[in-house]
Design a binder for this molecule. Structure first.
Ligand SMILES: Cc1ncc(COP(=O)(O)O)c(C=O)c1O
Length: 334
């Protein structure tokens, strides 16, 4: 099967597995795993942040960040397509007792004027706006990328109003692969960052929180409270490090394939997609009838995609789609 349901379906390569078994490890709850310690320092430095904390998943990463930044009764501004709003099992309400204020943006990207207008006064009866959270690239928004200028403007708005700025960078690597900005340029704009190694980079597990030393110290305890304290996780950090070093360079191809397939689909006219609105490795297109019917047709040809609405299908490219697989996918639409 050619599996385009998500970029989380990749399997560890033999080289990655080899990298995992050859690293020194220790008990990370005691802070004694040299491999994860070095990897946390490396990724923090890459983004110009003081410290990092390896966590099992992107959801835990985002949610610990919100917990660290907020107090019960606070409000988080985010796009209405945000993963934190749609796909994290309402855990911001459960864990942090905050309310989310989802704004209507474009392709999952926040509009700066709308954000500024949504920031509330500090009256007793108002929820306290505490965090602006962006997702880059967007998932439900179809892989869109924030321009550096917009992120800087949002940082300025956050500073002006004394609000924190969080990045859900589960797929920040796909944005960085486009080369418009460096990790440091954007990293320094945020109070907290979550990055994932288990999406297009292809690690089996792992995300990381990046922030100040003090916040990471506190996040470490929160991770423990959530049952996320792990022992010899150097093995997982080694897989993530291998993915970063060896798979980052492949993301450009994933992005380019999604855009090229969008052009093919658009030309043929059976399905609807605006190729100018496909930015990185996620392709959303609309079907004339029920999405499930097209998914069955695709499946019969050995291609898996997923429904992203009653008449919308999502295809996500990743490095384990071979050139032959890709040609077969294109052939379906040609
Ligand atoms: C934008 C975004 N943030 C966070 C997550 C959560 O990651 P995880 O599945 O590792 O919890 C995902 C998962 O796909 C995502 O797309």
């Amino acid at each position: 099967m050619i599996d385009l349901r998500s970029d989380t379906v990749t399997r560890p390569t033999p080289e990655m597995l080899q990298a995992m078994i050859s690293v020194p490890v220790g008990d990370d709850v005691f802070g004694e795993d040299p491999t994860v310690n070095a990897f946390e320092e490396k990724v923090a430095a890459l983004f110009g942040q003081e410290a990092g904390l390896f966590v099992p998943s992107g959801v835990m990463s985002n949610q610990i960040c919100l917990y660290e930044l907020t107090r019960p009764g606070d409000e988080v501004i985010l796009d209405d397509k945000a993963h934190i709003f749609n796909y994290e099992a309402s855990s911001a309400a459960w864990l942090s007792s905050v309310q989310l204020n989802p704004l209507k943006g474009k392709n999952g990207l926040l509009d700066t004027d709308a954000v500024e207008a949504a920031i509330r006064t500090k009256n007793d009866w108002d929820p306290h706006t505490r965090v602006i959270a962006v997702e880059n690239t967007t998932n439900k928004g179809g892989g869109a990328v924030y321009p550096l200028e917009t992120l800087k403007q949002l940082r300025d708005i956050a500073d002006k109003h004394g609000v924190y700025f969080h990045l859900d960078g589960a797929r920040i690597w796909n944005a960085l692969a486009e080369g418009d900005y460096s990790p440091k340029e954007i990293g320094s704009l945020f109070d907290t960052i979550s990055v994932c190694f288990s999406k297009g980079l292809g690690a089996p597990v792992g995300s990381m929180i990046l922030s100040t030393k003090a916040r990471i110290r506190s996040a470490r305890r929160t991770r423990k409270m959530l049952g996320g304290g792990m022992r010899q996780i150097g093995l997982l950090a080694a897989a993530a490090d291998y993915a970063l070093e060896n798979h980052f360079g492949l993301l450009k191809t994933d992005n380019a394939r999604a855009r090229e397939l969008a052009r093919i689909i658009h030309q043929k006219g059976r399905f609807q997609v605006d190729p100018t609105q496909v930015f990185t490795n996620i392709l959303l297109f609309d079907t004339p009838g029920p999405a499930e019917e097209t998914l069955s047709e695709l499946k019969a040809q050995g291609i898996l995609m997923s429904a992203f609405g009653p008449k919308t299908i999502r295809a996500v490219f990743h490095f384990q789609i071979s050139s032959e697989d890709y040609r077969n996918v294109c052939a379906f639409f040609e």
